[in-house]
Design a protein around this ligand. Structure first.
Ligand SMILES: [Zn+2]
Length: 178
């Protein structure tokens, strides 16, 4: 690799993520662009990611697509043996001069996953969400107060709409008698 900026493009696919075997996600289709600014002391690795990954939905646990658009930066120094100096700085053995970036690619993307991620409204797995609704309906019925007030409302409406209310019939009779 020459000194200065070097650009690399990768496509991270399902197989790539399956081989990484990470906890957060194992499927995706992400374009990765890596720019390496190489220098004698410390090289700068600049990552850019664009694509989608597949994660379990927080609400129904079904797989959902999550768009990914993120960046990352890593500083790489040469030293005696491999070590991670800090979150964004690694030291690689001078003699080998190589670095396996696969895990870093995965980690940068995993860091971009929002804490809460769910399907858009109405797109969750119906089996699970209808079970949830049924459960909620049952809890509502257990509240006696609601059931009583509902019944009262219905009977009031029924009286107002009835055209053959017996009380009016009695009044008509009285009028007719006059
Ligand atoms: Zn869902």
């Amino acid at each position: 690799m020459a000194d200065g900026a070097n650009e690399f493009d990768f496509v991270l696919d399902n197989l790539f993520f399956k081989n990484i075997d990470g906890l957060e996600f194992q499927k995706g289709d992400v374009k990765a662009q890596l720019t390496v600014i190489k220098s004698a002391l410390v090289s700068e690795f600049i990552f850019k990611f664009d694509g989608i990954i597949k994660v379990p939905c927080d609400r129904c646990l079904d797989e959902m697509e999550l768009p990914v658009s993120t960046k990352g930066k890593l500083f790489v120094k040469l030293g005696a043996e491999y070590s991670e100096e800090s979150d964004d700085t690694v030291i690689i053995p001078k003699e080998e001069g190589t670095i396996n970036i696969a895990w870093f690619l995965y980690e940068f993307i995993a860091l971009a996953i929002p804490v809460k991620h769910v399907h858009p409204a109405g797109k969750c797995n119906k089996t699970v969400s209808s079970k949830l609704k049924k459960h909620m309906a049952q809890s509502d019925e257990e509240g006696d107060l609601y059931v009583l007030s509902d019944d009262e409302d219905e009977s009031v409406v029924a009286n107002q709409e009835s055209e053959t209310d017996p009380r009016w019939d009695e009044l008509k009779k009285l009028i007719d008698n006059n």
